[in-house]
Design a protein around this ligand. Structure first.
Ligand SMILES: *[C@@H]1O[C@H](CO)[C@@H](O)[C@H](O)[C@H]1NC(C)=O
Ligand SMILES: *[C@@H]1O[C@H](CO)[C@@H](O)[C@H](O)[C@H]1NC(C)=O
Length: 418
């Protein structure tokens, strides 16, 4: 029994270096969670006008933390939720960035800002950590235990920089709109624009999308509404997190975009266009009740692991989307739910939620460099412009999980041999 003192020492060492292992680690209790609700800067909208602004240095939890959820909705100045048929939430996105310490975005050049993008897979767009649209009220963002999105690590920013957060909110007021759906689909004819926000001419073949509904544009409004009341609104968001500790397993964020044709066309660099158009189906298909537009893309997942969460993002008309492995196996399916009434969170005709996937860890595995297929279905009973088909997944890499499991196994082996 000479081993005893040595083993005890080893156990003590292991327990002290791995703080909260193992019981709390694998079952993160409510009391460890922190949660806080914030308001975005005020958003002002006239009837049928657009606000699409980027807010830098928004309120966000401070410190080295594991994000567990990010829930948001649009509220008026009294904190009352605003329904989508009055203010349509086209999208919001949040993303961390690095900025030289002590400087302010207002007084620094935007070129000094380093975006801290997610792990892929588009190169220059869709770098957000979280982002949703009209579905935000009923779409889960919860990162299952024992996983978390690691942010605020003090050693992560480049020398002399600090981490801050930006928020982009694209809201479309449709009070008094001549064509509410057309306005939310950014149909160019309704916005009476010929140039996009960068002064580039919009061609005749571009019928609708973000190039026509930029900040400060105005959608066609019914008589008597044009000078209507300016409404003051906010994006109210609640962040839930844990202080970072060794028990939390980090996950990587990937966003797939169904508009990326690069791989299918034999090109290596991704080409994410974000939006696409759904044409109205033929009268033959109408007669057969077969009006589903299916858009497909393949994109490469750089690093594999376990998928622990998945959700799609679509616009009105969306039916659902799915993500598949290289051999065609289903990784996650996310279906749209529509509202049935008038009240906020249940608006008829709008997507008010997307279903999510929470695979049991280890059951849905993807490998390094695997070519994944995204499928996005829309109803084509009518034309839809500026639609999206994004797939957001969280991946826990095996290496990191093994490291932790090894620690857990060592501790339990030692304990059972004492
Ligand atoms: C559309 O734009 C043109 C030129 O920019 C302007 O003269 C016209 O009044 C606008 N029409 C409406 C309905 O706002
Ligand atoms: C998309 O449509 C195709 C063809 O109708 C169907 O096989 C598939 O199950 C649909 N997927 C989703 C996620 O709706």
């Amino acid at each position: 029994m000479k081993m005893w003192p040595f083993l005890l020492l080893l156990v003590a060492l292991l327990l002290s270096t791995t703080a909260t292992l193992p019981s709390e680690a694998l079952n993160v209790r409510g009391h460890l969670l922190k949660s806080k609700t914030f308001l975005s800067p005020a958003i002002f909208l006239r009837p049928s006008s657009i606000s699409n602004k980027i807010y830098f240095d928004v309120a966000f939890p401070i410190g080295h933390i594991a994000l567990k959820s990010f829930d948001a909705e649009v509220v008026d100045e009294h904190g009352v939720p605003v329904p989508l048929h009055e203010t349509y939430l086209h999208h919001w996105v949040v993303e961390p960035y690095y900025i030289p310490k002590g400087t302010d975005v207002a007084e620094t050049k935007l070129s000094k800002i380093i975006l801290r993008r997610n792990s892929g897979v588009c190169k220059t767009t869709l770098g957000q950590y979280y982002g949703l649209g009209s579905e935000t009220r009923h779409t889960a963002t919860w990162v299952p235990d024992p996983y978390g999105i690691e942010v605020g690590d003090p050693v992560a920013p480049p020398e002399g920089h600090e981490e801050k957060w930006l928020l982009n909110v694209h809201a479309i007021d449709t009070r008094g709109a001549v064509d509410k759906l057309g306005c939310t689909e950014c149909r160019c004819d309704l916005y009476n624009v010929t140039m996009d926000e960068y002064g580039r001419r919009i061609g005749e073949d571009y019928i609708g999308g973000l190039r026509c509904c930029y900040d400060q544009t105005q959608c066609k409004v019914k008589e008597g509404f044009a000078d209507g009341e300016v409404r003051k609104m906010f994006l109210r968001y609640t962040v839930t997190w844990l202080d970072w500790n060794d028990a939390v397993l980090p996950v990587k964020i990937y966003i797939f975009d169904v508009t990326d044709r690069a791989l299918l066309e034999g090109k290596s660099e991704p080409s994410c266009k974000i939006e696409y158009q759904v044409e109205e189906c033929s009268s033959e298909d109408q007669a057969k009740n077969d009006c589903v537009h299916v858009q497909v893309a393949k994109q490469i997942l750089p690093r594999g692991g376990d998928i622990v969460f998945g959700v799609a993002h679509q616009h009105s008309g969306g039916i659902g989307a799915s993500l598949h492995g290289e051999d065609g196996r289903l990784l996650c399916e996310s279906m749209a739910t529509y509202g049935e009434g008038q009240e906020a969170g249940n608006e008829a005709g709008y997507i008010v939620g997307m279903s999510t996937c929470y695979p049991k860890p280890g059951t849905v595995t993807v490998s390094d460099g695997e070519a994944l297929t995204v499928v996005s279905n829309y109803s084509s009973e009518r034309q839809h412009t500026g639609v999206m088909g994004l797939f957001y997944i969280l991946v826990a890499e095996h290496e990191q999980q093994q490291q932790q499991q090894q620690q857990v196994r060592t501790v339990s082996w030692l304990l059972s041999n004492l």
